[in-house]
Design a protein around this ligand. Structure first.
Ligand SMILES: Nc1ncnc2c1ncn2[C@@H]1O[C@H](COP(=O)(O)OP(=O)(O)OP(=O)(O)O)[C@@H](O)[C@H]1O
Ligand SMILES: [Mg+2]
Length: 274
């Protein structure tokens, strides 16, 4: 669909679906000044150590960061702690040491809901839509923190994912896997996030649908929203990653640009099947 508002934005820096404050760090960078004190990246989980409840540590001094204009990708084996790292950054996990910074502010102590208000959008790996509600009701639920008129944002979500407009009155549970993931991403966009976190957005979809979803995610990134994403399709994810992390047993094993990790012999052998 070439008439999509997002596609029309291709290549320019329109941030109409981001919050007005969403470009602060970019402004700082544009001026060539150092990043604000005690903030190394726009969103960073720094040296995060922690686990579930009173259980053992799952994350061991794990660091994940993303900056405006970037797609950052986390890959790694099953059970490596990728989802746990995302949950830690979103406030769903007790971080016993380390901290989470958003746009120069320490948000380690904030609840997930307060982080949404600060501008974090999160699409969890599972249970990320309301199956009995219609597509449009899901998007409305996404806008729960907003007091202003969100119809314009909904129009933009429908431009990004035209199939959702077609199916807007259908229960989301009746949609295909790829369409459900579009609902989940669309719901997160309804808050006009300053940063979008996606946990395995292409889980269980065909390669063609995966490519389409990646294309849409790239479009969102081009509107100025930094994206932090966990992906099981490691090779394809690294191809689009500005920054990439391989996690193993809750710790950083490899970090670099997507290209660097794709070219790294050890990463290829251990995680990409040679
Ligand atoms: N709610 C929970 N309570 C206790 N332990 C958990 C919980 N969720 C995950 N774990 C444990 O934390 C570890 C890391 O799990 P996590 O889901 O973060 O891995 P992952 O890298 O996302 O794996 P996958 O690729 O399968 O999604 C695993 O040992 C898992 O059993
Ligand atoms: Mg996971």
């Amino acid at each position: 669909m070439s008439d999509s508002a997002y596609q029309d934005d291709r290549g320019n820096k329109d941030r109409s679906i981001t919050k007005p404050g969403g470009s602060t760090t970019q402004t700082v960078r544009k001026g060539g000044k150092a990043v604000p004190a005690n903030s190394r990246a726009f969103l960073i989980g720094e040296a995060m150590t922690g686990g579930y409840g009173k259980g053992p540590d799952i994350l061991h001094s794990c660091t994940i960061a993303v900056d405006p204009g970037e797609i950052a990708v986390i890959v790694g084996p099953n059970g490596a702690g990728k989802s746990t790292a995302m949950k830690a950054m979103f406030g769903m996990l007790d971080v016993r040491s380390g901290h989470v910074m958003l746009d120069g502010e320490d948000i380690t102590a904030l609840t997930p809901q307060d982080r949404v208000i600060k501008g974090m959008g999160f699409v969890p790996q599972t249970h990320n839509i309301f199956t009995s509600m219609t597509v449009e009701e899901n998007l409305e639920m996404g806008a729960f923190i907003r007091r202003d008129d969100f119809r314009d944002t909904m129009t933009k979500v429908y431009d990004l994912f035209p199939i959702l407009k077609e199916k807007r009155n259908q229960p989301a549970g009746e949609l295909s896997g790829g369409q459900r993931q579009q609902v989940a991403v669309g719901r997160a966009l309804m808050t006009q996030p300053k940063v979008l976190m996606l946990d395995e957005p292409t889980a269980g979809v065909s390669p063609i649908v995966m490519d389409e979803l990646f294309d849409r995610i790239i479009e969102v990134a081009r509107t100025g929203i930094p994206i932090l994403m966990v992906e099981q399709n490691a090779r394809q994810a690294l191809e689009i990653a500005d920054k990439a992390y391989v996690l193993v047993q809750g710790a950083n094993a490899h970090t670099g640009t997507g290209k660097e990790l794709l070219a790294d012999d050890e990463v290829r052998r251990s995680f990409l099947g040679g």
